[in-house]
Design a protein around this ligand. Structure first.
Ligand code: HEC
Ligand code: HEC
Length: 317
């Protein structure tokens, strides 16, 4: 049962990212957070480089149509769901603390445990986990386009600099252990009107593919290896960005509510993580919580956990 006018969600989604949040203090760097990016992209001189940047932007915003599970060209159906990059990387990867792409080109390759992670590895980590799909070919046009777009967004960020607003917003530890049970109430009050009673979100109307509001769990969602499936990242993301349109400087949810609703979101079933966990770095700027040791690791504490024990095929109901 859906209880909201979807027009409202759509309108809110459209304004999210406009206005608040873009003028961030510039601690330790004189580089500025990029502004007027759509206009700058529109003004680029014609040519193959511009085409690539624009295709990259389209891939981020209109992922399901181009490379999602339901891609128009089935040869490019790399995604295993119909999420778009932008469902998480809000506003085309420009929204502060929604893992924006403004410092990404300046941060990669990144050294993690003595292993250099290239930008294409990091992108493919999101394709495999966030999109629950198979990696994009490293030498393909789609990968080149995503990198061109990400480089364009970060063209004024000096090498090695993470602009304020990069990554996810730091969140304090909760005073009480995160409780999915308390999260039920937070979800009903702050999330359900858009994301639905069963976390199913709201699909776009055919022939369009993708979502006005993305699902938060279930088969159509990101898989269990995704950053968003880890409680600390989810709590941080949700507090800074949800309900959509919230100003990260004046969050609607308390710290405790964000952890509780994140716990509620991640105790639900979703596609299982691919066997090989992500070694790719997750960055919550100054998060006071150590990241989970591996992708398969669950949240620190849950009050209830779904039973995911596989049942024998011939078992009764
Ligand atoms: C007014 C509608 C609305 C409300 C209320 C809302 N969301 Fe969202 N949420 C969205 C939309 C729309 C997006 C995708 C934005 C886009 O594609 O630009 C989104 C994206 C997300 C994402 C990232 C995408 C994904 O599939 O994981 C998470 C996580 C999320 N919301 C969780 C929550 C939680 C938890 C709450 C309650 C605290 C909440 N949202 C409240 C509309 C809403
Ligand atoms: C289900 C949500 C989700 C989806 C869908 C998703 N991502 Fe991500 N992505 C994240 C989260 C969470 C992070 C981690 C933030 C961090 O490490 O700071 C991240 C990080 C990244 C980073 C590293 C950014 C940085 O500067 O550290 C890149 C690049 C990236 N994603 C690209 C993509 C692309 C391209 C797509 C679409 C093909 C995509 N993502 C889809 C959630 C998602």
């Amino acid at each position: 049962m859906k209880t909201v006018a979807w027009e409202l969600c759509i309108a809110l989604a459209a304004v999210a990212g406009v206005g608040a949040g873009y003028l961030l203090s510039e601690s330790g760097t004189t580089a500025r957070y990029p502004s007027n990016v759509p206009e700058k992209i529109a003004e680029l001189p014609p040519g193959p480089k511009t085409d690539l940047i624009r295709y990259g932007r389209d891939l981020v915003e209109d992922t399901p149509r181009l490379i999602g599970k339901g891609a128009q060209n089935p040869a490019l159906a790399y995604g295993g769901n119909n999420l778009s990059c932008q469902n998480c990387h809000l506003n085309g990867g420009l929204r502060p603390f929604a893992a924006p792409f403004v410092s990404t080109a300046a941060s990669f390759p990144m050294l993690v445990d003595n292993r250099a992670i290239a930008l294409h590895d990091r992108i493919n980590s999101c394709v495999r986990l966030g999109l629950n799909g198979k990696p994009l070919p490293e030498d393909g046009r789609e990968m080149a386009a995503l990198i061109a777009y990400i480089e364009f967004l970060g063209k004024d960020t000096p090498e090695g600099v993470r602009l304020p607003g990069s990554g996810l917003m730091p969140i304090a530890l909760p005073s009480e252990l995160p409780s999915a049970r308390r999260g039920v109430t937070v979800y009903a009050q702050h999330c359900q009107s858009c994301h639905g009673q069963n976390g199913e979100g709201a699909r776009k109307l055919p022939p369009e593919i993708g979502y006005y509001v993305p699902p938060l769990w279930g088969e159509a969602s990101f898989n269990g290896g995704a950053g968003m499936g880890q409680i600390a990242y989810a709590a941080s993301y949700i507090r800074a960005n949800m309900p959509i349109g919230v100003d990260h400087e004046n969050p609607v949810l308390s710290v405790q509510e964000a952890w509780d609703v994140a716990a509620y979101m991640i105790v639900h079933p979703r596609p299982i993580a691919p066997a090989q966990g992500p070694a790719e770095p997750m960055i919550i700027e100054e998060l006071p919580v150590s990241p989970p040791p591996d992708a398969a690791g669950g949240p620190p504490v849950q009050e209830f956990v779904p039973d995911r024990t596989p049942r024998p095929a011939n078992a009764g109901p």
